[in-house]
Design a protein around this ligand. Structure first.
Ligand code: AQP
Length: 334
């Protein structure tokens, strides 16, 4: 039977990219009635420096975003990673399964480390092994993610296969990535060659789930575009990354294909298209923002939800971890 796991880092406020590429999909999977386990991956977040008080706040805000977007803690397991120690334990074992060469090929590490890789944390390098542990601690079969996580999921598959081979077991499933929808890679509003990201220094580059209607409209109005009107067919967007991005966002928010958006707006100027996009974005995002703000007024309740979710998650992961320790040859005598 399928089991879904996915996570989001509380390394900042969530963006429209996180929403369309991940969170919106998470809700759809839950609503299809599949078993769903979702996590605020706080241990991943500290691979780059996080102020402790902000990390706590961002984790609660992330949880509020999940719930406001439609994750129901009665139907999905929702928790923060550090409360279930199985992640860290299995992460260590996978550090010993994964090869240095595999990790060195991870483009996200290269992007985040830049030229200064001597001075980034060891955790940032090992990140994909912990991510594999997040998923495989539950023997999850499917992982909904944005396009940028594809390579990490391939590494998760490699780790599962190597573990099964090394120990001559058929223990871990080979997980399938689920990369679906019209906006699997939302780009920066300022630069069509960069993905929209929580940690981009420019706030103008992204729409935050906490932005109000005026901020959303202003950011879309100022979004970088080219001077041409929208083309007659999708093909005409091939070398126009900024235009393509806005079309994809419109498609994902309205639940249409990019083709049908282009058909609807064929020949339109951005002066026409952008206000329509802004109106749509505000209509879809404002109810989420309002609900997030309401939930954030009761942080203790959010912490209770995360605590209950962690207990449920632990109940699934602990027996799997016990089996892993047996397979690996660790004595457990207490
Ligand atoms: N721009 C994006 N378009 C579509 N999906 C995206 N995701 C992230 N950015 C986009 C998806 O959101 C999920 C959670 O991502 P994450 O929190 O693990 O970190 P990330 O991928 O590194 O995202 P950010 O926003 O860029 O965070 P920072 O700046 O902290 O690194 C994943 O499923 C991801 O694919």
């Amino acid at each position: 039977t399928p089991r879904i796991f996915s996570g989001i880092q509380p390394s900042g406020g969530l963006t429209l990219g996180n929403y369309l590429g991940a969170l919106k999909r998470f809700v759809e999977k839950q609503d299809e009635g599949i078993e769903t386990i979702y996590c605020l991956v706080d241990m991943h977040a500290i691979t780059v420096w996080q102020d402790p008080e902000k990390l706590r706040q961002q984790t609660r805000e992330g949880a509020a975003a999940f719930i406001a977007a439609g994750i129901d803690p009665a139907r999905s397991i929702l928790f923060n990673q550090s409360q279930v120690t199985a992640h860290a334990e299995l992460g260590w074992i996978f550090n010993c399964v994964a090869r240095m060469g595999w990790m060195s090929r991870m483009t996200q590490f290269k992007d985040k480390a830049g030229k200064n890789s001597e001075n980034v944390s060891l955790g940032l390098f090992a990140y994909p092994a912990l991510m594999a542990a997040d998923i495989l601690a539950y023997k999850a079969t499917h992982v909904p993610v944005g396009e940028d996580q594809k390579q990490h999921l391939e590494l998760t598959r490699d780790i599962a296969i190597k573990f099964n081979n090394d120990y001559k077991v058929n223990f871990f499933p080979v997980t399938e990535p689920v990369i679906e929808g019209a906006a699997t890679r939302v780009m920066s509003l300022r630069d069509g060659s960069k993905k929209m990201s929580k940690s981009d220094p420019s706030d103008q580059s992204r729409i935050n789930l906490t932005d109000d209607a005026d901020a959303i409209s202003a950011k879309i109005r100022k979004a970088k575009t080219d001077p041409e009107p929208l083309p007659e067919t999708l093909d005409g967007l091939k070398d126009r990354p900024e235009a393509r991005n806005l079309v994809n966002i419109y498609a994902a928010l309205s639940g249409q294909s990019a083709e049908s958006v282009v058909a609807e707006f064929a020949g339109a100027q951005f002066g026409t298209f952008k206000p329509r996009l802004a109106e749509l974005a505000v209509a879809k995002l404002s109810p989420i923002t309002t609900e997030m703000n309401r939930l954030m007024r009761d942080p203790a309740e959010i912490d209770r939800i995360l605590g209950r979710g962690a207990e449920q998650a632990e109940a699934i992961a602990r027996p799997i971890l016990n089996d892993v320790y047996d397979i690996v040859g660790m004595i457990r005598s207490r």
